[in-house]
Structures are given as C-alpha cells and as structure tokens.
Design a protein around this ligand. Structure first.
Ligand SMILES: [Zn+2]
Length: 329
C-alpha cells in the first residue's frame, strides 16, 4: 500500500515523523469526500473508525469485495494530531496548542500552523468534508451530525449519515479558527460529526459511526454495490431551541446509569449527586423535560453549575435556548 504523507516533520532528538493519510479511488479526479479525525489526539473513536473505514475502502479498491466499486476519490486522515495520539494528548504535545485553533494555518509557520495548512491543502478540493470528533474527557456525546449555520444542501445531506440526531447550532462568532470555518471558504458541504467520550474507545459508538459513514458512501454513490441492512432509522433534526442543558445545583460526586442516545420522560431519574466523603445523596437529578439524552457527564467530580446532561426536546422553547447557551460545552 502506497501511503502518502501530509507533512514531514523533524524532531529535536528522534527520527523525522509524518502525518500519513489515505488517498483512495480514481486519482485523476478531485476528491468527492474528505474525512478527518484526531485533530484532538485523545479523541480515539474517530481515529479508530476512520482507520477501519480506510481498510474497508482499500479492500474494495483492490477488488476483494465482489460487486462493490469505489466510484469516487476519497481522502481519509485518521489522525491529524499524530503525536497527541501517541501520548493521549488533546493538544499538540510539544507546545500544548489546540490544532483546531490554528486554521487556516501557514505553510511557513510553526509546526501546528504547518499542520493546519497541510490538512486544509489536501481536503479543500473535496466536495463533502467531514471533521470527526469525540467530546472531551468529561462529557459523553451520542453520535450526531453537527451543523453550524448550514445551507439547505447541508441540511439535506446531513440526513444521509443516518445518525440518530442532526443538531443545528449558530456559528460561533468568537471561535473562528476551526477546520470547519476554514473549509466554508472553499464552498462544498461541510460537517462535524461528534460521538462518544475522549480518552478511550466506546465500541458501540464506533459501530454506529462506521455504519453511518458507510451509509453515506452508499447514498452519495461514492461506493456502488453495498448491501446495507435496512434497519429502522429514527432520525431527528434539532435546532438550538430544542437543546435543554441540565446543570448541577450542587458540588459533589455525580453518578448516572443512563445511556446516551435513549429517550427519557420528564421527571425520570438522570442520576444522583453524592457527598463524596459522607456518601449521602445530596440531590436526585431528574429530567426537567422529556427528550433524547444527547450528552451525559461521565466525570463524576463536579462543581455547582457544571453541565450534567443535555436533552434534545421535540418542541422548541425559549427556556431551553437560555439554558442551552449557559451549558454550552
Ligand atoms: Zn475534538
């Protein structure tokens, strides 16, 4: 397998290292799809899913899957933050810079600027572009497509991933140096996919993300001849007025047995906040609204006002809007 590299870097006291990527399908065409993961080096679900997807597409390209054909060119970068993946670090380990704050980057800049420029350079000619993230070490997210001030084409295409939720948010006016922002200048259709919790792997989320990406390859005609299981998809579209953040009213130790991606009714138990020394229950946390549990706190230690959960509601509410903005993570 001929593995191209985004960028070659030298290091103070070790061999050079590269950021490898996969370039699959008809090389004479512009890429139809670019998939990126591991901008944050501890978000392992995306790294695993994209490397497995690359293996799957290589096997199709080699003709090992009868009746299946890779019709379009696909770029896959499983791990942008290669050193961070090696050291379980969210930012670039040398200088602790968040690579997603460095776009569009500079070819003659510092290391993370050069990485950002190289990622943009190899992905910008693709029509569909997807940046895959997990959440952080504290909050688990159900697999979802995130749209930021999308156009109608993006709204329609987001449903092709077959993930259970498409969540629309306004574009952050302050945080303008992300890969998604940089991509928008080149047109096409741009998506963020979120799934799981940083720091380790959740195989259930990985399977759902993998199935979603394969469904997307099928529905966009990038891969021909796939036979997908016709499972009942329950896809829903949520805007910002349908996100309800549940915040803690007490510091302590938060424990929840809930699972993200399941529906909950108003008044159902989400979890308990315990006194971490005495072990007594300080608060029973109950769902203030019914809906889909989209995000759930997995880091038990918390302060008053910390985010415990996000619930996606079927109906819009101004209160949800206000609370969502307070609990934005
Ligand atoms: Zn991330």
């Amino acid at each position: 397998m001929n593995t191209p590299s985004l960028l070659n870097m030298t290091a103070p006291l070790r061999d050079d290292f590269d950021i490898p990527y996969h370039d699959l399908g008809p090389s004479e065409r512009a890429p139809r799809l670019a998939l990126v993961a591991g901008i944050h080096g501890n978000e392992l679900n995306g790294v695993f899913v994209l490397s497995r997807l690359a293996d799957f597409l290589h096997s199709i390209a080699r003709g090992e899957r009868s009746g299946q054909h890779l019709r379009e060119r696909v770029i896959i970068i499983p791990a942008v933050n290669v050193l961070g993946v090696n050291t379980r670090s969210r930012p670039w380990p040398f200088d602790k810079i968040d690579i997603n704050c460095m776009f569009p980057g500079r070819e003659d800049g510092e290391t993370t600027q050069r990485i950002a420029a190289a990622v943009l350079n190899v992905t910008r000619s693709a029509y569909y572009r997807v940046d895959v993230h997990a959440s952080n070490l504290d909050i688990e997210e159900m697999p979802q497509v995130r749209l930021y001030d999308p156009n109608d084409d993006e709204r329609a295409t987001a449903c092709l991933f077959g993930l259970p939720a498409v969540i629309e948010r306004p574009l952050n006016k302050v945080f303008v140096t992300t890969l998604l922002r940089a991509w928008r200048r080149f047109g096409g259709e741009n998506f963020v996919i979120q799934g799981g919790l940083a720091g380790n792997l959740q195989t259930n989320h990985c399977e759902q993300l993998f199935r979603g990406l394969v469904a997307f390859l099928d529905r966009t005609g990038i891969v021909e001849g796939l036979t997908l299981a016709e499972d009942e998809e329950d896809l829903r579209y949520f805007n910002n007025n349908q996100t309800f953040a549940v915040l803690s009213d007490h510091a302590g130790f938060f424990v929840s047995r809930r699972v993200v991606g399941r529906w909950i009714q108003a008044g159902d138990l989400i979890g308990h906040i315990y006194d971490s020394f005495a072990g007594t229950i300080l608060t029973e946390v109950r769902a203030p609204v019914g809906g889909l549990v989209c995000s759930l706190r997995r880091q038990p230690l918390l302060f008053q006002g910390d985010l415990l959960a996000r619930i996606l509601t079927l109906h819009e509410s101004n209160e949800a809007m206000a609370l969502a903005l307070r609990g934005q993570g």
